[in-house]
Design a protein around this ligand. Structure first.
Ligand code: BMA
Length: 378
């Protein structure tokens, strides 16, 4: 009965979630001071320019692994990225390392290092499927989301995953003992169909309940108040498509999508046109809803076009006032993929000079510049 009641509660919450734009408050009304300050300051910062981000930047680069202070981005520009992406996949199962081999203990320290220097932290979560440890997040068994929701056979298991996440988020502390704010991007690329929470794997209603339950549990049950929440899709063509699974204005702080370059930018301007068009759509939504917006994952694997930064990425972003753009990780040679897998330049890479040009532009923000903004202060 309690289960049925709880379920009804989430359902009604989902379908009545048409809250108004929220002025200057983030989704969590009990957000820590630093988290709320970050939210407010990011709104101002977007008028000046956009932050450049890199996944796993401090952990490894194309030719190195775990060397204190190193960063491929820093070796090219003299500066760290303004925003650091980290990944929690594996944490739910109590693993010591995430799915890309980054030890959580080290990750915690990297997060602290970036935060203490004035940078921003964003976190994604390739949560494994309860049905397929082997394929992990990429197991698309139908009914996975339903099984996780209140009343479902995997609900207790799912809560135990969130317990692990909560422990991690609460363990992120600055030097004064304050919680380090995180832009959390759960259930990413939700309009795709390659993860168990994807668009062919669950209904919009189920997805919204999944989101609402997750956030409710972390915030109210586990008292995690250092998160800003990012709603993130893959490809989409219209505002309606982008918003089909949007869980509600009252529980989202930032909207975003992921878009990669796959074709040859010298032969096709599709990436520029499509990304720019999509940014236009979410910029309108963000204005209507008073939300932040970003290009939360992008890149051209191995960057085989030396001017990709200023001739492609910059043009794709155009005049849109995004908060940040983040390129994916610099794994180097990937045994599993049998190819080089990296998205930021490193010392000696052919796109180095163009990346420095990109760095020097007034509207591209790296760590030194955002540190001056003191994003966590009032
Ligand atoms: C993908 C690849 C994978 C990685 C996954 C999660 O894009 O980089 O190697 O495991 O992201 O970080």
């Amino acid at each position: 009965m309690i289960r049925i009641l709880t379920y009804t509660f989430y359902l009604s919450a989902v379908f009545s979630s048409c809250a108004m734009a929220q002025d200057d408050f983030c989704a969590d009304k009990n957000a820590t001071t630093e988290t709320l300050n970050l939210y407010r300051n990011l709104k101002k910062l977007a008028r000046k320019g956009f932050m450049f981000g890199h996944q796993d930047d401090l952990a490894y680069g194309v030719n190195w692994r775990y060397e204190n202070g190193r960063s491929d981005v820093k070796e090219v520009t003299g500066d760290y990225p303004a925003i650091y992406g980290w990944e929690l996949g594996g944490l739910e199962a109590n693993a010591d390392k995430n799915i890309d081999g980054v030890p959580f203990k080290k990750m915690r320290q990297f997060i602290k290092d970036g935060y203490e220097r004035g940078g921003v932290i964003t976190i994604s979560w390739h949560a494994r499927s309860p049905f397929g440890a082997e394929k992990g997040a990429w197991d698309t068994t139908h009914g996975t989301v339903a099984s996780i929701l209140p009343g479902g056979s995997n609900h207790a298991l799912y809560k135990s995953w969130l317990d692990e996440l909560a422990k991690f988020f609460l363990s992120l502390k600055g030097s004064r003992g304050e919680a380090i704010p995180v832009l959390f991007r759960p259930f990413h690329e939700l309009t795709g169909s390659w993860f168990w929470w994807g668009k062919n794997e669950c209904s919009p209603g189920q997805f919204k309940i999944l989101w609402r339950f997750t956030q409710y549990y972390l915030r109210e049950e586990k008292k995690v108040h250092n998160l800003l929440y990012i709603y993130n899709t893959a490809d989409f063509k219209t505002k309606n498509e982008f918003l089909e699974r949007y869980p509600g204005d009252d529980i989202v702080d930032m909207i975003s999508f992921d878009a990669y370059q796959y074709d040859d930018p010298l032969k096709s301007d599709w990436f520029i046109k499509n990304t720019n068009f999509q940014l236009g759509l979410i910029e309108e939504i963000a204005a209507e809803k008073d939300k932040l917006f970003a290009l939360s994952e992008t890149g051209y694997e191995t960057i085989p076009y030396a001017n990709w930064w200023t001739e492609t990425l910059l043009k794709a972003i155009g005049q849109h006032k995004i908060s940040y753009v983040l390129v994916w990780r610099n794994h180097g040679y990937n045994e599993f993929m049998k190819k080089m897998h990296y998205y930021a330049p490193y010392k000696g890479h052919a796109s180095e000079a163009d990346f420095v040009k990109f760095y020097q532009l007034d509207n591209t923000l790296f760590e030194k510049e955002v540190a001056k903004e003191k994003l966590y202060n009032d």
